[in-house]
Design a protein around this ligand. Structure first.
Ligand code: GDP
Ligand code: IMO
Ligand code: MG
Length: 422
């Protein structure tokens, strides 16, 4: 298989975990390059459900190498818990997992600052996952972050932690939060450091060698295009580059090594957290929540739901250079009489055929919809594209045409065998 970047083409939770899992079959190395344990990727293997946060979803396949790259922010205590949880379920995690020595680590003060800043923002809060992601990337950019190579060096870690904790405790107290105990943080992080040491390596060299040996790489994007720090609905975004370019900077694999970009999107739209969502719709939210679907994999929060937004996915195709599309959760629309797709927006008498950069404008945009007849037939056991009901095929064709990329995977259920390849 070619070297592939897989990205979310909407606001996250597009079903990346499931699609990664099916694409892993043909890949040799699966790489996370950005984000942290704010991600929640659900994969079903048979009846067993796994939710991956930091460990690449490829871990569920035997004989694959999984890399947590330099661009990821790693909460070491949480990573240890995740590895332990996987091992309890019988998943082998040993020489198949590699952790970049230059990945930045998330510390308890990042989580506390994340929570305090959300409180201060009041009704303008972002609705973060409170995993400390923003403050950890903030420290990275400010050049005061601690990295995995500091964590596994006891003397250096003690010295740096002391300094950073002193400053951050002052900030926390000023924000109305609690100061953290050096002893407690040091103890738990050093224990995690010892546990993780065998996984730590120079992943840039490892990936370079894999490329030279002709092994194929699969980049597992986290979050989605509109949560990108540069291209998303700023400030209602996460703090990393979730778009395709982030895979290169976050792994050290150069752009010319990339052969294709796969964009994953739901047959409708969802978003967790605050910020504009032009096609948000109560009817479709009630329908999906009523089916027990669309609750966050990381925080359990109900996801906001809406119609498919092709203005957004067209923008995602442009920013990521999406070659192929994987459309998931098609079965979620099985019962509908009529299905809508946003094909443009109207705001203050102006029509937009592109995604406005300004969230003020975006939040006042009214979608212009095209309507499609529903198929009112269960699709979850269909195995071939030509067996899908004709209105369903028409709908998928419209999604792909409006987005501007080739449909290559249609997913009709969470399981591996509920995947139609085109
Ligand atoms: P990710 O963050 O992009 O990996 O997505 P999540 O795992 O957070 O959320 C996607 C949800 O949709 C999970 O519960 C998946 O099991 C589920 N899912 C993925 N594809 C399909 C599908 O085609 N049909 C159904 N019914 N569920 C799906
Ligand atoms: P996966 O990989 C959906 C959202 C949060 C919030 C914003 C900022 O499972 O698709 P953060 O904690 O990152 O500072 O929160 O981003 N968010 C996600 N939404 N899926 C995710 O990951 C997300 N990771 C962060 O809800 O709106
Ligand atoms: Mg998710």
């Amino acid at each position: 298989m070619a070297n592939t970047i897989l990205v979310g083409a909407q606001w996250g939770d597009e079903g990346k975990g499931k699609i990664i899992d099916v694409l892993t079959e043909e890949a040799d190395v699966i790489v996370r390059s950005q984000g942290g344990n704010n991600a929640g990727h659900t994969v079903f293997v048979g009846r067993q459900k796994y939710v991956l946060h930091l460990v690449p979803s490829g871990i569920l396949h035997k004989g694959k190498q999984c890399v947590i790259g330099n661009g990821v922010v790693v909460d070491p205590v949480s990573l240890v818990e995740e590895i332990e949880g996987l091992r309890k379920l019988g998943v082998r995690v040993s020489k198949n997992l590699f952790l970049s020595e230059t990945a930045h680590i998330v510390l308890p003060y990042h989580r506390e600052l994340d929570a305090q800043r959300e409180v201060l923002k009041g009704r303008n809060k972002i609705g973060t996952t409170k995993r400390g992601i923003g403050p950890a990337y903030g420290d990275k950019a400010a050049r005061v972050g601690l990295r995995v190579l500091d964590l596994v060096n006891p003397d250096r870690f003690a010295e740096k932690l002391k300094l950073r904790l002193k400053e951050n405790n002052e900030v926390l107290k000023a924000l109305g939060g609690k100061a953290l105990s050096y002893k407690q943080v040091h103890e738990s992080y050093r224990a995690a450091g010892d546990y993780l040491k065998p996984f730590v390596t120079n992943t840039v060299v490892l990936l370079h060698q894999a490329c030279q040996q002709g092994r194929s790489l699969l980049f597992e994007g986290a979050q989605g295009t509109f949560l990108d720090i540069d291209h998303g609905t700023y400030p209602y975004v996460t703090s990393s580059n979730t778009t395709a370019g982030g895979a290169c900077t976050g792994s050290g694999v150069p752009p010319h090594r990339i052969d294709r970009v796969v964009g994953v999107m739901k047959a409708y739209t969802t978003r967790v957290g605050e910020g504009p969502l032009p096609t948000e719709n109560a009817e479709i939210a009630d329908l999906l929540h009523g089916m027990g679907r669309e609750f966050g994999a990381t925080t359990g929060r109900p996801r906001r739901c809406g119609w498919f937004d092709s203005v957004a996915t067209r923008h995602a195709a442009m920013v990521n250079g999406i070659d192929e599309l994987a459309v998931t959760n098609i079965d979620g629309l099985d019962s509908l009489e009529t299905i809508k797709i946003a094909i443009g927006y109207r705001c203050g008498g102006k029509r937009y055929d592109y995604f406005p950069s300004d969230v003020e404008i975006l939040s006042h945009c009214e979608p212009i919809y095209a309507e499609f007849p529903g198929w009112k037939t269960p699709t979850s056991s269909i195995k071939e594209f030509k067996k899908l009901p004709p209105p369903c095929r028409e709908y998928l064709k419209a999604l792909a045409d409006l987005t501007g990329a080739r449909l290559s995977i249609a997913s009709v259920g969470p399981a591996r065998d509920q995947t139609i390849f085109l």
